[in-house]
Design a protein around this ligand. Structure first.
Ligand code: PLP
Length: 398
C-alpha cells in the first residue's frame, strides 16, 4: 500500500486498481467468479503464489477497495468485509474461540451480541462472564484460566458508558487475552482501538459507515496473522458482502469525516438543550461535563459521537407518548443515519432481555435513545421540544 495520508485523503483517494478503462469512479464488479489466462495461472492463484481474484465469496475488487480504505482509517493491517455487523461479531468470536474457552463481556453491549453470547456460544461450550463497564476494578477477578477473550463496545449501546481502552488492553496483555472492540458508535474517525492495543475491531457498517440507512454490512479488522483465520472462516461459512454494497460503502467512507463532524456537533447541542429542559430527568452524552467519564471520553475520542440518551420525567408511559408525538424525526431502531432516529430500547432493541438483564445493562424503562442526524439542529430541537410538551399533556389530561 502507498504511504498513508490524512484520514480524509485516504477515505477518498484509496481505490482498487482498474482493469481496462479509466473511469474516475470505480465500477461495480457484479460477477460471481473471475477467469484465468491459463491453467497455470488458475493453479498459481489458487495456490496463492500469484495475486488474483477467484470467486466473490473469497474476494472481489469492490470489497477489497472498501476494506483497504477502512484498514487505512482504523490503522489495521488487513480486514474482511461481511454481510452484516452481526456476521462480523460472530466471525471475530468463532475464529478465535473454541469449546471450553471463556469470554469476558460487559453487560452494556448491543442487544443481539448479548443474545449471541448467551444463546448461541453457550450451546457450543463457550462460556462467558458478564462484567460491568462502571466497575472496571471487578474485571480482573473474573478472569479464569480458560478465559481467552475480552469482547467490548465503547461507547456502549444504548447507555453510552465508556471503557478505558488503554487500561483494557494492558489488563488483557497481562493475562494473554485477545481484545475485540465493536467500534460502531465511535467510527474510525473518533477512535482507533487497534492503535491502543486491541487485537480486532469490528464494525456494523450499517450504521455511520453507510450513514444513510440504505444497507446492512460489517467488517472485521486487525493484524495479518489474526485476519488469516478470520478469512478462512469467512470463506468457508460465506457471510460475504455483495459487490454493490461494498461499492456503496466505499463511496460512503469518502464523506465519513465531514458527516461525523456534523453528527457530533448536532448531538452535543441537543444534549446541552436537553440538560436545560426541566421535563428531562437525565441526559447522557460522552462530552457533557455531567457524564461520569467525560475526562476519559475527551482523552480517548476525538468528538463525543452522535448518540444521546435521556429520560423524561414520567417513566415509560411518558416516553411512549413522547415518541408518538414526534412529527419530523423517525421512530426506528436503526442508528447512524443522516436522518435523526429515535428509539425506546426497553421495548425494541433490548426487549428480548429480561427486565433484570435490562436493569443490569443500564437500559431503564424510560430511556430514549437518539441518533442525531444531519438535519439542521434547530429543526431537530424544535421537534423534540414540541413532542416533550405534547407528551406532558398526554400524561396529565386536563
Ligand atoms: C447494529 C449494531 C450491531 C449489529 O450490526 P448489524 O449490521 O445490524 O448486523 C453490532 N453492534 C452495534 C454496536 C450495533 O449498533
Amino acid at each position: 500500500m502507498n504511504k498513508p495520508k490524512k484520514f480524509e485523503t485516504d477515505a477518498i483517494r484509496i481505490q482498487s486498481k482498474r482493469t481496462f478503462n479509466k473511469e474516475h469512479s470505480v465500477p461495480v464488479y457484479e460477477t460471481s467468479s473471475f477467469v484465468f489466462e491459463s491453467a497455470e495461472e488458475a493453479r498459481d492463484v489458487f495456490a496463492e503464489t500469484k495475486e488474483g481474484h477467484i470467486y466473490t465469496r473469497f474476494s472481489n475488487p469492490n470489497s477489497d477497495e472498501f476494506i483497504e480504505k477502512l484498514c487505512a482509517l482504523e490503522g489495521a493491517e488487513e480486514g474482511i468485509a461481511t454481510s452484516s455487523g452481526m456476521a462480523a461479531v460472530f466471525l471475530s468470536m468463532v475464529s478465535i474461540l473454541q469449546p471450553g474457552d471463556h469470554l469476558l463481556v460487559p453487560r452494556q453491549i448491543f442487544g443481539t451480541t448479548y443474545l449471541l453470547v448467551t444463546q448461541i456460544l453457550s450451546r457450543w461450550g463457550i462460556s462467558h462472564t458478564f462484567v460491568d463497564c462502571n466497575e472496571p476494578g471487578s474485571w480482573e477477578k473474573c478472569i479464569l484460566p480458560t478465559t481467552k477473550m475480552i469482547y467490548a463496545e465503547t461507547p456502549s449501546n444504548p447507555g453510552l458508558d465508556l471503557i478505558d481502552l488503554k487500561w483494557l488492553t494492558r489488563l488483557a496483555e497481562k493475562h494473554g487475552l485477545y481484545v475485540v472492540i465493536d467500534n460502531c458508535f465511535a467510527t474510525p474517525y473518533l477512535q482507533n482501538p487497534l492503535k491502543m492495543g486491541a487485537d480486532l475491531v469490528i464494525h456494523s457498517a450499517t450504521k455511520f459507515i453507510d450513514g444513510q440507512g440504505r444497507t446492512i454490512a460489517g467488517a472485521v479488522l486487525g493484524s495479518k496473522e489474526i485476519i488469516r483465520d478470520v478469512r478462512m472462516f469467512s470463506r468457508i461459512i460465506g457471510p460475504t458482502l455483495s459487490p454493490h454494497t461494498a461499492w456503496l460503502l466505499s463511496k460512503s467512507l469518502e464523506t465519513l469525516a465531514v458527516r461525523m463532524e456534523r453528527h457530533c456537533s448536532n448531538a452535543l447541542k441537543l444534549a446541552q438543550y436537553l440538560e436545560k429542559n426541566s421535563e428531562v430527568a437525565s441526559v447522557k452524552y460522552p462530552f457533557l461535563p455531567s457524564h461520569p467519564q467525560v475526562r476519559l471520553a475527551k482523552k480517548q475520542m476525538k468528538l463525543g459521537g452522535a448518540l444521546v440518551s435521556f429520560e423524561l420525567k414520567g417513566g415509560q408511559k411518558r416516553a411512549m407518548n413522547f415518541l408518538n408525538a414526534l412529527e419530523l424525526l423517525s421512530l426506528t431502531s436503526n442508528l447512524g443515519d443522516s436522518r435523526t432516529t429515535v428509539t425506546h430500547p426497553a421495548t425494541t432493541t433490548h426487549s428480548k432481555l429480561t427486565a433484570q438483564e435490562r436493569k443490569e445493562s443500564g437500559v431503564s424503562d424510560s430511556m430514549i435513545r437518539v441518533s442525531v442526524g444531519l438535519e439542521h439542529i434547530d429543526d431537530i430541537v424544535a421537534d423534540l421540544e414540541q413532542a416533550i410538551i405534547k407528551s406532558r399533556s398526554a400524561r396529565n389530561p386536563e
